[in-house]
Design a protein around this ligand. Sequence first.
Ligand code: ACO
Length: 429
Amino acid sequence: MADKTIYLQVDEARHELPLLSGSLGPDVIDIRRLYAETGLFTYDPGFTSTASCRSSITYVDGDNGILLYRGYPIEQLAEKCDFLEVCYLLLQGELPKGSEMRNFVTSISQHVMVHEQLTRFYSGFRRDAHPMAILVGVVGALSAFYHEVIDINSKEDRYLSAIRLIAKMPTLVAMCYKYSIGMPFIYPKRKLGYAENFLRMMMADPYDDYIANPVLVRALDRILILHADHEQNASTSTVRLAGSSGANPYACVAAGIACLWGAAHGGANEAVLNMLEEIGDVSRIGEYVNRAKDKNDPFRLMGFGHRVYKNYDPRAKLMRQTCHEVLSALNLHDDRLFKLAMELERIALEDDYFVQRKLYPNVDFYSGIVLRALGIPTEMFTAIFALARSIGWIAQWDEMISDPELRIGRPRQLYQGVITRDVTNISAR
Ligand code: ACO
């Protein structure tokens, strides 16, 4: 619904562009008829000024450090809910009542196993393959198991696809890890909670009992909640773009996983730990901070800065708190890398370069440290981010498919290549 109109003057002609208002956030200029009426495109690399869709799932106010899932502040969700309640909320739009939650948990627990044939995919990968490389493959392979049976235009089928994805991701991610260390897969246990089940599949071995530390289970659950969705970020936009053609949802999620892998996005938590290892000692922090500020040096401080948050990321605040809880529970406050991270945080937060550019530690700065304390190896960090974000991806995919305004995503370009020329035969070139 257009609330206001703005005018665009192109040569002698004056064009009307509707201004659309959301329930929160800046108004958006509706340019859908821009090309038809003016013959012009807009130019916006990185989509920093472009709203690609309407959405009611997640709202981020980066200037004020606010994150809402379906209207609920992330701080309250992290405090009062567990990850599966948040999954229900993101998918269904409302927090579940007791009986709805019980049914949801039952549905998830019925789908935690993966087809035994799928487990054989793993052995096709080199044993030292990066877990994200394996995850892109095995999640994509889910589409081979659930393709003809899914009618993406059926609400029920889309819901079932989401349930399957939420249920199977911990199993698939844990299998990536077990495969990489040459250990047998640990099958899921239906009676365990979501985070505990995942920790068990990661950490248990077949010859011993595994009892999870409740502080660690809660910390992992919180990591999952904080990473569950983040509106139209790069990987979510990738899932939407892939899905806009009507592709299989698991293939779309595999595309999202590929996008998440990059160090500028979900790969940052792994990059933070690698950076801390490289810095090695508190005495070398100054040198690395100077490198981060040097425009001739490509080095950036990993875990600092965010495209949207120009204030403290609310997730980083919560993760920082969890980080302290975990380190206390494990008596790890004297850990070398943790001490280094805290000193780096202090120096960067006081440094003019970071202050002026509003470069605060982001959620990945702390989640990497927590995951390390949980005993999870660095190369698994982004795979765990993918596990958490799967609900966001599938909820956004579901919203997109049910949107009457859905069209295949097809950006335009500013062509700056060679103007038409003729092909000569190879002998004459
Ligand atoms: N270290 C040093 N300088 C930085 C950093 C950093 N981590 N991040 C941004 N800057 C500087 C830029 O050089 C630029 O400086 P200039 O204005 O003098 O040219 C200024 O801050 C603005 O940076 P942009 O690159 O315009 O910010 P953008 O929004 O494009 O990038 C990004 C955001 C990619 C997250 C960036 O801050 C970065 O690379 N951070 C490190 C990687 C990281 O932690 N990623 C995780 C993101 S959170 C997530 O995905 C859940």
